[in-house]
Design a protein around this ligand. Structure first.
Ligand code: EPU
Length: 341
């Protein structure tokens, strides 16, 4: 008998939204903090891969390690007054279900982040963001287990060093911690509505809404995302495969001279973000298919598994896209998906 319900040669297909069928040498569901501590103390499993919602993960081979699926559950109001509420959410809670639950309670702050796949514990790692809002805007702190000492440590907003699709957990703290819970501060009234993002304005107008509620904004975001982004339950994908490249003003000006019609966002620090989806589309990849690996027909930033693509095939397609974009525009795309090779 293997201890702590550890399974052997376990298919990870249901555990990654690309739907890649690779096997874990060992696999365990983590449902409690004590169990997590014990697992990390087992010397028989020195190699580990920590996974959660599997929505930002490309597996390219069988995993010769103990795969730990973080499935800690629970949502708790830890503090509240008449204006705001602080929630402690365990890492394994599905993000979108959390968003819907907060909207049912009338709590504002997460509406723009509706329908983002994945779990709450991984949201701080890449500071999830959409339609003008990022996790950091509602984030208070998180708890993470130090893999070496098995102690729980707190990371406040400053400790997390949030950036665009970035945090300390992708840098100095990478591979050293497992986030176990996240605290969010949400509003109970006078919600700060973020409707300035063009697509949201248009969608609300189409819905005939002039003074939107937080639920209306969530509905608008759900509608936009459903039109543009493939549902992983229908077609395997990991959302945006690459980050939007951020370039200096000098690089941007040269780029803009040659491509006056390219969309862009000017950032506060005088840098410019160029939509990777546009660059990829210009290179002719939108809607293309190479075997079962492909580029989504409505959003070129999303790579898809049409059925039985191997992780390596998706990876090779990503490399081909990277090379072509670099060759065409002199801009290197960086994947935002965690690629296990
Ligand atoms: N565009 C194209 N062709 C495409 C895709 C986009 O020309 O195939 C152009 C659009 O016309 C638009 C611009 O690129 O002018 C931006 O497109 P969009 O509004 O769809 O947003 P994005 O920059 O491609 C980012 C996030 C998304 C997030 C949206 C909305 C990244 C890497 N992606 O995409 O996040 O939903 O903004 O805020 O920053 C995700 O991370 O999985 C994700 C979906």
């Amino acid at each position: 008998m293997l201890p702590l319900e550890i399974k052997e040669n376990f298919s990870l297909k249901p555990y990654n939204t690309f739907g890649i069928d690779v096997k874990a040498r060992h696999f365990v569901e983590v449902t409690g903090l004590l169990q997590l501590q014990k697992l990390l103390q087992l010397s028989a499993y020195p190699k580990r891969l920590i996974i959660s919602g599997g929505s930002n993960l490309l597996l390219t081979k069988d995993i010769d390690a103990l795969v730990m699926h973080i499935n800690l559950k629970g949502i708790q109001v830890v503090e509240e007054d008449d204006k705001a509420v602080i929630l402690k959410v365990m890492a394994g809670e599905n993000w979108h279900n959390l968003v819907l639950w907060t909207l049912d309670q009338g709590y504002g702050g997460l509406e723009n982040l509706s329908l983002i796949p994945g779990n709450t514990g991984t949201a701080p790692i890449q500071n999830i963001g959409a339609y003008g809002v990022e996790l950091k805007d509602v984030f208070l702190d998180c708890e993470a287990m130090n893999i070496k000492t098995q102690e729980l440590e707190a990371f406040n907003k400053k400790d997390c060093q949030f950036g665009y699709r970035d945090s300390v957990f992708k840098n100095a703290a990478k591979g050293k911690y497992i986030i176990t819970s996240v605290k969010l501060r949400l509003t109970k009234k006078n919600h700060a509505l973020h409707t300035f993002y063009g697509a949201i304005e248009d969608e609300l107008k189409a819905m005939g809404i002039v003074t939107p509620t937080i639920k209306d904004i969530s509905d608008a975001v759900i509608s936009i995302r459903s039109k543009k982004l493939p549902n992983p339950e229908d077609i395997g994908n990991s959302g945006s495969f690459f980050k939007n490249p951020v370039v200096s003003r000098k690089t941007f000006e040269k780029f803009r001279e040659k491509h006056p019609n390219a969309p862009f966002y000017a950032l506060e620090n005088k840098e410019y973000k160029i939509p990777a989806g546009w660059l990829i589309e210009q290179c002719g990849f939108k809607g293309k298919r190479f075997g079962d690996a492909g580029v989504h027909e409505k959003q070129a930033l999303v790579l898809v598994n049409h059925g039985r693509a191997k992780g390596v095939e998706i990876f090779e397609l990503a490399e081909k896209i990277q090379e072509t974009v670099t060759h065409t525009f002199g801009i290197r795309l960086i994947p935002e998906v965690n690629i296990i090779r």
